[in-house]
Design a protein around this ligand. Structure first.
Ligand SMILES: [Zn+2]
Length: 203
């Protein structure tokens, strides 16, 4: 949809276009949000703009687990209360948020930043697998929980990691079935996700 053809002010169509680029925001939602912000107090718009800029300017990746953080190591890697014998492998930082929300898992994490997908040209060297193996080499990990997404790419990645990690004498578990196949972790509800962690099975 070409906003340039609409009889709106340049600044309005520019914001509509930018919002429209966000995942899950179609042209209609982009318009609704734009007109909402037009009516909102200037303070609210400024807070939103600043929040967007600061995630880009202040956020880095933890050099241990590759979670997003504003301090390195991140809060989870630094915490004395976490169970350091467990590492849960996820595809994206937002998956940590979903799992933490259930308050069941108390171990550490490792973010791959993707999943193996030959069709999309994502190979084993394009995600943080090498860093994971380095980490396992000199840590006292006794369980790795594979929490990649229950879809084709996630399963492929889990199988590949299991082949690499099992021979190291580390127990490898996978989130229990019950998560609907073809979905992504971040969209799973708390109850399903809690059950999936609690009932995780040896791979
Ligand atoms: Zn970390």
């Amino acid at each position: 949809m070409n906003q340039g053809l609409l009889p709106t002010a340049e600044a309005v169509s520019r914001l509509i276009q930018e919002l429209n680029k966000l995942p899950g925001i179609g042209p209609k939602s982009a318009q609704r949000l734009t007109y909402y912000l037009l009516r909102a107090p200037e303070e609210q718009a400024r807070l939103l703009a600043e929040a967007i800029l600061s995630v880009k300017q202040e956020i880095i990746l933890c050099s241990t687990c590759f979670n997003v953080t504003d301090s390195d190591p991140c809060l989870i890697c630094r915490s004395e209360e976490r169970d350091r014998s467990k590492i849960c492998i996820v595809e994206q930082p937002q998956d940590i948020l979903a799992l933490e929300h259930t308050r069941v898992y108390k171990g550490l994490y490792h973010v791959l930043h993707g999943a193996i997908s030959p069709t999309e040209g994502v190979g084993v060297d394009n995600i943080r697998i090498k860093e994971l193996l380095e980490r396992l080499k000199d840590s006292r990990t006794d369980e790795v929980v594979l929490a990649t997404n229950p879809n084709l790419e996630g399963e492929q990645t889990a199988m590949y990691l299991n082949r690499l990690i099992s021979p190291l004498g580390i127990k490898v578990t996978r989130l229990a079935r019950g998560l609907p196949f073809g979905t992504e972790l971040e969209y799973a509800d708390d109850v399903t996700l809690t059950r999936a962690i609690e009932e995780r099975q040896e791979f």
